[in-house]
Design a protein around this ligand. Structure first.
Ligand code: 3EB
Length: 338
């Protein structure tokens, strides 16, 4: 039986496949072409013409999985300045992978990556950033007196504040998590159309965090709503146990899960009021990714999620470090009205 295709828009779908299924894509998804693949804890077993991201994040709950983004329109793949890109007339997906070479700090690397990204999505005609994912190693380690996550934020902020029209209101939903090893890897989605970026009334906008959290604030929105009719998609950013700007429930993974769920519910409510429909009482498809710092916390966190009212039928759990030392888990989501 074929796995369910999760429709992100009329032209973009995402599906989670076991690695061996990737070689039979044409029979699983006839008339569709891959726009990007993201692998978790396994190399991508076949060579595809589209952008790829190979993440050294082991799934905690099941076999290695390949996240496969499929287009039902012809895909044009290209590279620009080291960015691997795919476009389908509506969406652009890109990946960039940068080694930390001698003489380059993580902030200069992030700045350089985001400069290139924004430049090329403008020249290619997909000017609206809808979602970004950022992965890099030793996220909580200090380097030259500044934690590497904060260094990353400095570089990302430099590029986006200068180059993104309408910054910070045009910032998209994002994820930034730590890997055990490897390069800085970024994946991003952009569109020809303008999305709506949302706040969470329970949380301060990350781009307004006070300087206690680092010299430059984290450049992301709590969620991005793409009402590209006939499809509506909500990208929920990495959501953790933070209220206002303060981490809650230090040392308590299950309480952190409950707090993160309350944050997601608040974002869903905000998105529902913008759309004029209750997203979850409408037919929808939901997929979540849960980043868990300590594998010992996995079953407790999973239990708390499964007992919640969130629709967690499609949920993967990945072991990873998170951007504040005290955060033990973080959830990102993708909701599509069907
Ligand atoms: C927070 O709310 C938690 O720096 O891109 C979540 C999602 C977090 C994205 C980012 C950071 C980022 O501040 C951390």
């Amino acid at each position: 039986m074929s796995p369910p295709l999760h429709e992100v828009s009329s032209s973009l779908q995402v599906v989670y496949l076991p690695p061996e299924a990737l070689s039979s894509l044409p029979s699983i998804a006839p008339f569709m072409e891959p726009m990007a693949v993201v692998s978790f804890g396994t190399p991508v077993p076949v060579t595809l013409p589209c952008p790829t991201l190979t993440l050294p994040l082991a799934p905690l709950d099941r076999q290695p999985m390949i996240e496969t983004w499929l287009s039902d329109r012809p895909v044009h793949s290209l590279t620009r300045e080291g960015i691997s890109l795919a476009t389908n007339g509506e969406w652009l997906i890109g990946t960039i992978c940068l080694d930390e070479r001698l003489g380059w700090t993580l902030d200069s690397l992030a700045n350089d990556a985001y400069r290139r990204i924004v430049h090329h999505l403008h020249t290619l005609g997909y000017p609206h950033l809808c979602r970004t994912w950022n992965y890099f190693p030793r996220i909580n380690e200090e380097e030259d007196g500044l934690e590497r996550y904060r260094r990353f934020c400095v570089g990302r902020h430099q590029a986006l504040a200068e180059l993104l029209p309408d910054f910070p209101l045009s910032l998209p939903a994002a994820t930034a998590v730590g890997t055990p090893s490897g390069p800085l890897q970024i994946m991003f989605l952009a569109n020809t159309k303008l999305p709506t970026h949302l706040s969470n009334p329970r949380q301060l906008n990350a781009y307004e965090y006070p300087p206690a959290y680092g010299p430059r604030s984290p450049s992301f929105a709590r969620a991005t709503l793409c009402r590209f009719l006939p499809s509506t998609t909500l990208f929920i950013a990495g959501t953790a146990s933070i209220v206002g700007h303060t981490s809650q429930h230090i040392g308590a993974p299950i309480e952190q899960t409950h707090e993160s769920i309350r944050n997601i519910q608040a974002v869903l409510k905000r998105a529902g009021s913008v759309c004029g429909v209750d997203l979850l009482s409408h037919p929808h498809h939901a997929a979540f990714k849960v980043y868990v710092r300590n594998p010992h916390h996995f079953s407790g966190i999973r239990g708390a999620l499964y007992e919640s009212s969130l629709p967690v039928h499609h949920c993967i759990f990945l072991q990873s470090d998170l951007c504040r030392r005290e955060l033990l888990m973080e959830i990102e989501g993708l909701i599509t009205l069907t």
